[in-house]
Design a protein around this ligand. Structure first.
Ligand code: URA
Length: 268
């Protein structure tokens, strides 16, 4: 490794909250070095306004019934969310799906975790599915893996509130198992609509579930990470999930290599 690369890597490590070489032996020290500003949520779950417009609209209809939906139904609902204002589109998408019971996860989750970030974010991170902290708060990546993700974002010289963060599946699978194919299938139209609305310049796929969603098929993240994909014209960088980095601290180096490619695209 060249000296310049080593210096850059050490800076990245220290921005992630690790200090010195003890890092490799004690990867779970996760004390932030600086305060993370509270994220600015552009698409914030809002309470319903006191008075609604007269006559049912799609949101009213969908909220009034408990549906067991197929993937096709989910797609039909998503197709009903139209408009030119991306903030409104995201808000309506959230309102329609926040009570979704399209798959079994809808009956066991505490909160639907839509995702958050600016409607016009240049960079989008897509993880697998909410964990317990996310299920409780309704916000993506707020647990230990999320704190690490925030540090990775900051090491890229970005702040968490300027990227869009979401998951392939919006409800927590009980016991944090990977989501099943039918769960991914019925939830994915929501992610697709989010991407079509936000129109990020690049997406980072965190972990195997997100990688497979964008690549199609059953590929291995071990082999796929670091190799840029293209999904509907958008570059997608697959990398390790932050939860995997926590378990395998040596993988930080590879993730940083992947993030450097993302930074290069954003700098173009
Ligand atoms: N893991 C994920 O994949 N997503 C989250 O939001 C949290 C943990």
């Amino acid at each position: 490794m060249h000296l310049a690369d080593l210096q850059e890597y050490m800076t990245y490590m220290s921005q992630l909250g690790f200090t010195g070489l003890a890092l490799e032996t004690d990867p779970f020290i996760l004390t932030p070095q600086r305060k993370v500003p509270a994220p600015r949520l552009v698409v914030t779950p809002k309470a319903d306004p006191p008075s609604k417009p007269k006559g049912p609209n799609l949101v009213d209809i969908m909220e009034s019934v408990n549906l067991t939906m197929t993937e096709e139904d989910t797609q039909t609902m998503v197709n009903g969310v139209t408009g030119n204002d991306p903030v409104e589109v995201l808000r309506n998408l959230y309102k329609i799906f926040r009570s979704c019971e399209s798959c079994a996860l809808g009956t066991t989750r505490r909160k639907f975790v839509f995702g958050e970030g600016p409607h016009n974010a240049r960079l989008m991170f897509v993880g697998e599915a909410p964990g317990e902290d996310e299920d409780v708060t309704g916000r993506p990546f707020v647990g230990a893996a999320g704190k690490l993700l925030t540090r990775i974002i900051e090491a890229m010289n970005l702040s968490r509130n300027e990227v869009f963060i979401t998951n392939v599946v919006k409800c927590r699978p009980a016991g944090d198992r990977p989501p099943l194919p039918d769960e991914i299938g019925s939830c994915s139209p929501v992610l697709v609509k989010q991407i079509e609305t936000v129109k990020p310049e690049i997406i980072v796929a965190l972990g195997a579930t997100a990688f497979r969603f964008f690549k199609g098929g059953n590929g291995s993240i071990m082999r796929g990470r670091g190799n840029m994909l293209e999904w509907r014209g958008i570059p997608v960088m697959p990398t390790f999930h932050p939860a995997y980095i926590l378990r395998n601290p040596r993988s930080k180096r590879e993730v940083w290599e992947d993030m450097k490619k993302v930074i290069a695209i954003l700098a173009r």
